[in-house]
Design a binder for this molecule. Sequence first.
Ligand SMILES: Cc1cc2nc3c(=O)[nH]c(=O)nc-3n(C[C@H](O)[C@H](O)[C@H](O)COP(=O)(O)OP(=O)(O)OC[C@H]3O[C@@H](n4cnc5c(N)ncnc54)[C@H](O)[C@@H]3O)c2cc1C
Length: 220
Amino acid sequence: MAIVLKKKRKTCAVLDVRWLTDSTAVVRFERQGLKFVPGQYIRVGVEGDPEIRDYSVYSGFEADYLEVLIRRVEDGLVSKQLCDLKVGDSVNVGGPYGHFKLLEEVLDKPLLLVSTGTGISPFHCYVESFPELAFNLVHGTSYASESYDAEHYGERYFHCVSREAGGAFKGRVTDHLRTLEIDPQTEAFLCGNCDMIYEAFDLLQEKGLPTAQIHTEVYF
Ligand SMILES: Cc1cc2nc3c(=O)[nH]c(=O)nc-3n(C[C@H](O)[C@H](O)[C@H](O)COP(=O)(O)OP(=O)(O)OC[C@H]3O[C@@H](n4cnc5c(N)ncnc54)[C@H](O)[C@@H]3O)c2cc1C
C-alpha cells in the first residue's frame, strides 16, 4: 500500500505590505482556510527558499487573510526577505503552532499584556479577535516611533520608551511593572525578548501572581 504524505505547507500569495516604521512591516497574505487560535504562531518563508522562521499571527481570527508583524533584521536570513516581498509574490506557510493561546476560560479575567518590540503581535490578534476584551497592554520599545498600530488599543495601550522621551513612560517595561499593583485574578501574558520575559516573570511572581497565571512566548 502506498503511503501518501499529506502536504502541510501552503503557498500563499502576498496581498499587501504595510510599513509601520523604516524597519517594521505588516505583511498580509492569503489565509487559504488555515485555522488557528489567537496567540498561535505560523512558520513563514519566501516561496522557493528553504529558510523559514516563526511569526505570531497579527490579524484577527475572523479575517480571511493572515498578517504577520515583522521586524526587518538587517543581517537576517528571512525577515528582511519577507519584508521586501511585493504584492503577488508567494510565501510558504506552515502551522499553526504554540500554546500562547487566549483561551475562553480567561476571557473574563483582568488581562495584563506585556510586550517588547514585535512581541505586541499576538496581542493585536487577541484584541482584533475579541473586541470586548478587558486588558491593559504595556509595550516596550527603544524609540517613540515604534508604537505599532497603537491607536488600535485606545487608552489601554501604555508605551514604555527606553532610549528617548516621547512615550507614556521613559524606561523599560520592567521598570514600569515594578510600579504597578497587580490584581490577584490577573492573567499575565509576556511576549518578546527573553531578558524582559525572565525579569517580568520574577517580578510578577514577587507581586504574588501564581506561575499558572503567567504565560510566556519568547521570540529571541
Ligand atoms: C514563537 C516565535 C514567534 C515569533 N514571532 C515573531 C513576530 O511576530 N515578529 C517578528 O519580527 N519576529 C518574530 N519571531 C522571531 C523570528 O522568528 C525570527 O527570528 C526573526 O524574524 C529574525 O529572523 P532572520 O532570519 O531575519 O534573522 P536571524 O538570523 O534568524 O536572527 C538574527 C537576530 O535577530 C534578532 N531578532 C530576531 N527576531 C527579532 C525581532 N522580532 N526584533 C528584533 N530583533 C530580532 C535576534 O538577536 C537574532 O539572533 C518569533 C520567534 C518565535 C520563536
